[in-house]
Design a protein around this ligand. Structure first.
Ligand code: UGA
Length: 430
């Protein structure tokens, strides 16, 4: 099948490369020429494990990229994988995807034959049918559900394991309202369904939009709940990880996403929960539990600082922050819990020295004024306290490195450091 994908962010590029690998003929459309050239040269424009190999294999061949929207006319289906960034009130900004839909509609005006447009971006219920479909119809002059069909196919890929997640998904969600749209989606994913154990959910467009938000809101709330339980555990000297391990054996709960600590960050959970809260309020519904999940998440970095203060006064003290990425395996610092941790330390007048194996340059843009170390050892050398924010494997092996601290107070926000004699160790929820 001939597929076009508008947008070459981490979803668009990963999905394009994986579709090509499934045997489809794929064209990526992006306004950024550097990204387009990279893909055509067989080089991955973003870092995702396994993506380099796929783009090296198919880039410039079954996978091509272009800045020209006209390329979509030669394809059977177009996926819109453009960003929907957050506005200040948490609601999503549709500016980029609306512009993409207009350009796509204009290109499709000259297409003969039916076409399917699939929204992959995360959008609140109603957006595909009420806004994107309308823009496509206006710009193309075609009738929706006649020559032009719309569908919604949310994405559940995690950063750092997007290729593996694509190949072995728990579920595929097809939101459609015409048989044509459903059939074409089935045809796109048929090779993946044949080789994986994925469940396929066929549903309405609004339901598909909501499934994505519900999925992320559920997982984020699950982590906030385990963080809240963990905070209570800590007060009673109970190890929250032992509790979670037992609780997770109940298959109604499952053991996944039960790691308590400094909370959730990244480009998805914080943005999607905020957007769902904003959408609910917009409909005059106060989403109490989601608001509480955000509140618990916001407080976890503060709790780390409180634990530090039980042992050291951070004012004027050199304090090491280990881990800046929002999770291990990525250099992404968007909404990383390290941000409120560094801010809190600065408010207390601490002399912050930060270390991350890959995310330093990204964090430098956010905090140009703090010191960045080239190794954990360098960050810890002479520090009066250390806060561990990301569970990079290398932090588990630090052991004797903590001896170089002026005062070996370690507050572990991710349960990654080995507790041992000679360090004053504080786990966040254990
Ligand atoms: C998340 C979802 O897991 C994906 O299914 C979804 O496709 C993606 O958002 C998206 O909407 O694009 P991602 O943000 O890449 O993926 O990262 P996760 O692995 O889900 O981790 C999110 C945050 O939760 C991280 O800060 C992580 O440290 C934290 N977390 C996760 C915990 O604190 N405890 C856990 O047990 C699990």
């Amino acid at each position: 099948m001939k597929i076009s994908i508008v947008g070459s962010g981490y979803v668009g590029t990963t999905v394009a490369a994986c579709f090509a690998d499934l045997g489809h003929d794929v064209t990526n459309v992006d306004i950024d020429e550097t990204v387009v050239d990279a893909i055509n040269d067989g080089a991955a424009p973003i870092h995702e494990p396994g993506l380099d190999e796929l783009i090296a294999d198919h880039g410039g061949d079954r996978l091509r990229a272009t800045t020209d929207y006209g390329a979509v006319r030669d394809t059977d289906v177009t996926f819109l994988a453009l960003p929907t960034p957050a506005r200040d009130d948490g609601s999503i900004d549709l500016g980029i995807i609306e512009q993409g839909a207009r350009s796509l509609g204009e290109a499709l005006a000259e297409k003969n034959g039916d076409h399917l447009v699939v929204v992959k971006s995360t959008v609140v219920p109603g957006t595909t049918e009420d806004q994107i479909a309308q823009l496509l119809a206006e710009a193309s002059g075609k009738d929706i559900d006649e020559q032009l069909h719309v569908a919604m196919n949310p994405e559940f890929l995690r950063e750092g394991s997007a290729v593996a997640d694509f190949r072995d998904p728990d579920k595929l969600v097809f939101g459609a309202r015409t048989e044509f749209a459903r059939d074409r989606l089935r045809a796109v994913f048929e090779p993946l369904v044949a080789e994986s154990s994925a469940a396929t959910v066929e549903t309405g467009i609004r339901e598909a939009e909501m499934i994505k938000y519900a999925n992320n809101a559920f997982l984020a709330t699950k982590v906030s709940l385990v963080n809240e339980l963990g905070n209570v555990c800590k007060e009673y000297g109970v190890d929250a990880y032992e509790v979670a391990e037992a609780v997770g054996l109940d298959d109604r709960i499952s053991e996944r996403f039960l790691r308590s600590g400094v909370g959730w960050g990244g480009s998805c959970f914080p943005k999607d929960v905020a957007a769902l809260v904003a959408a609910a309020r917009d409909a005059d519904y106060e989403p109490t539990l989601l608001e509480a999940a955000v509140e618990v998440n916001d407080k976890q970095p503060e709790r780390m600082l409180e634990l530090l203060e039980e042992h050291v006064d951070p004012a004027g003290e050199r304090i090491a922050v280990l881990g800046l990425a929002f999770k291990p395996g990525t250099d992404d610092v968007r909404n990383s819990r390290a941000i409120p941790v560094v801010e809190g330390l600065q408010e207390h007048g601490a002399d912050v020295v930060a270390y991350d194996p890959v995310a330093t340059e990204n964090m430098r843009e956010r905090f140009p004024g703090i010191e960045y170390a080239d190794s954990a050892g360098e960050a810890l050398d002479g520090a009066g306290g250390a806060l561990v924010v990301t569970d990079w494997d290398e932090f588990a092996a630090l052991d004797g490195t903590f001896d170089a601290m002026a005062d070996s107070v370690v507050v572990d926000g991710r349960r990654i450091v080995e507790r041992r004699d000679g360090i004053t160790y504080e786990g966040l929820t254990w």
